[in-house]
Design a protein around this ligand. Structure first.
Ligand code: NDP
Length: 516
């Protein structure tokens, strides 16, 4: 089976074929950057350029913002009916579905994510778009509320309206899916969008832009600018024409974005880093917990924000668990991400590999032991690969237990009892994901409730649901994506007071100004 490649590879998108070309998408047109600049996208598996992409600067970003502003203020989208918005989102989902395999290949070449993963992402992104379409019809626009009838007698409403122009900044780990997580709820609620992909992974989003361009979405509602964070990202965060920023990425950049957005008091939602605790209780089904914990950490080479990167195991179970983790890790196949047999591909970039290798070295210097992995896989001379690595003898104060590594590195930390496990789990600046493995649902629920984090799985990992709110505690973020909570992040709230005292005499409180 080794060497079996993805079923319907587009000839032109295969590595070694001619370079793909991508342009910016502004005001309903695919355009070059004003400066004429382009940048090559590097395939992380081959270390070679495979696509050439227009590189937006500040002026291109300003043009995109203006287009989104005009589309919001003067275009039909903000006033389009909920049913018609749903119809357009479903049409985009249909078109995405029709091109899913081809776009998965694009994303694998752009990001190094295995085709198993990008193929799955396309499927999920499609389902998520359809959920946002469904929710577009369910978001409450005008709700009557009850208020005390003194001093005024009144009928009261909460009106929900789109924010306006949303600046959206996304990372490189799940490029297409992150775009859908951002564009979907923004459109479902009537906003317009300027979205900036990560420098390393613009291509699948620009494929989505082609699909959007073919749909009935009005011109200027979605704009895509591929430029640097420092230039395009900061322009989005500071422009007075942008009403909201939605960001996914590192905590350091999230903090910078908050500061930048403060100047024009923008609404900000942030989905940031994590160092999530995965707790195996002594009564866990170990067959399931071992594989689940490795899936929780090593999926997509550990480049997922809510990965379970700290594995907490009791003193009693430690040696058995570590032995079984090591045995199963040795069976994980690293290799060509276009090969359906590869479970682990390369990291996104040489820089990210250097970061990850630096953390492994630091862990060892601080006293940890490499139980498995720690190097580059044999037989892969090209590509930014790092072996799935397990560090044991880790204490929670160590750098490798406190900082987000964003690579295939699992640290194992011992605990004495459940209280100790929860104390360790909560001893982190982050709080994004986490899990507990146990045969006793009540005990697991107790643990889940006590960990200060945005999502806890019981006997599972990574199973986010588009209908359940996702986001972080502490420095893992602000606001939620998914579920009704996620949609409401894209809506302003207006209170409308309809007074029921219909004559001057009844408005006795004017006495505060005019006397009795
Ligand atoms: P960043 O947080 O730097 O990048 C995320 C996005 O923010 C990218 O589109 C980036 O653009 C943009 N950006 C960067 N600087 C600014 C800025 N000043 N203003 C506005 N936007 C900006 O992540 P990195 O790619 O540098 O990865 C570094 C670390 O971040 C990883 O090792 C990991 O720990 C964490 N990370 C977390 C993610 C998550 O899902 N929570 C996702 C990715 C990374 P550009 O690409 O042009 O720099």
């Amino acid at each position: 089976m080794n060497g079996l490649r993805y079923a319907s590879l587009d000839r032109n998108s295969l590595r070694g074929c001619r370079m793909q070309e991508y342009q910016l998408y502004i005001d309903g047109e695919f355009v070059p950057a004003k400066s004429g600049k382009t940048v090559d996208s590097i395939n992380p598996a081959t270390e070679e350029p495979w696509a050439r992409v227009a590189r937006a600067g500040r002026e291109d970003t300003q043009r995109a913002i203006k287009a989104a502003r005009t589309a919001f203020d003067s275009g039909p989208w903000a006033r389009t009916s909920q049913q018609d918005r749903a119809k357009i989102l479903n049409d985009i989902a249909d078109r995405l579905q029709a091109r899913a395999q081809e776009i998965a290949v694009v994303e694998t070449q752009d990001s190094g994510g295995t085709i198993r993963k990008t193929g799955g992402d396309l499927m999920l992104a499609n389902a998520q778009l359809r959920y946002f379409a469904e929710m577009a019809e369910q978001v409450p626009l005008l709700t009557e509320i009850q208020v005390p009838q003194f001093p005024a007698q009144s009928t009261n409403f909460v009106q929900r309206e789109p924010f306006g122009v949303c600046g959206q900044i996304i990372p490189w780990n799940f490029p297409l899916m992150m775009a859908v997580w951002k564009i979907g709820p923004a459109l479902a609620t009537g906003n317009t969008v300027v979205i900036k992909p990560a420098t390393d992974t613009p291509c699948s989003l620009l494929e989505l832009a082609k699909i959007i361009d073919e749909s009935d979405l009005p011109t200027g509602v979605v704009n895509v600018v591929h430029g640097s964070g420092a230039e395009c990202g900061e322009e989005l965060c500071t422009s007075p024409m942008v009403d909201k920023i939605a960001f996914t990425g590192s905590t350091a950049v999230g903090s910078r974005i908050m500061q930048l957005a403060a100047g024009t008091v923008k609404k900000v939602t942030l989905e940031l880093g994590g160092k999530s605790a995965n707790i195996i209780l002594d009564d866990a089904d170990l067959d399931m917990a071992i594989d689940g914990s490795l899936f929780g950490c090593f999926f997509h080479q550990g480049q997922a924000c809510e990965s379970g990167t700290r594995l907490l195991v009791s003193d009693a179970k430690h040696d058995e668990v570590v032995a079984r983790l090591v045995e199963r890790t040795r069976q994980i196949n690293c290799g060509d991400p276009l090969d359906m047999m590869s479970a682990q591909g390369p990291l996104i970039s040489a820089k990210q590999r250097e970061t990850v290798e630096g953390y492994i070295k630091k862990g060892v210097e601080d006293g940890a032991t490499i139980a498995v992995g720690g190097g580059r896989p044999a037989g892969l001379p090209k590509g930014y690969y790092v072996e799935p690595t397990i560090l044991t003898g880790v204490r929670n104060q160590m750098t490798v237990a406190q900082e987000e590594i964003f690579g295939p590195v699992l640290v194992v930390i011992r605990y004495k009892d459940i209280d100790d496990a929860i104390k360790i789990a909560n001893d982190s600046i982050y709080g994004l994901g986490g899990a507990v493995w146990s045969r006793d649902d009540d005990k697991a629920m107790e643990v889940a409730k006590r960990v200060r984090t945005g999502t806890m799985w019981i006997n599972e990992y990574h199973m986010l649901s588009v209908a359940a709110p996702f986001g972080g505690y502490k420095q893992s973020g602000i606001g939620r994506e998914f579920g009704m909570e996620g949609l409401l992040e894209y809506m302003q709230i207006k209170h409308i007071h309809l007074d029921q005292v219909r004559n001057r005499a009844g408005k006795f409180w004017y006495g505060a100004l005019f006397g009795a």
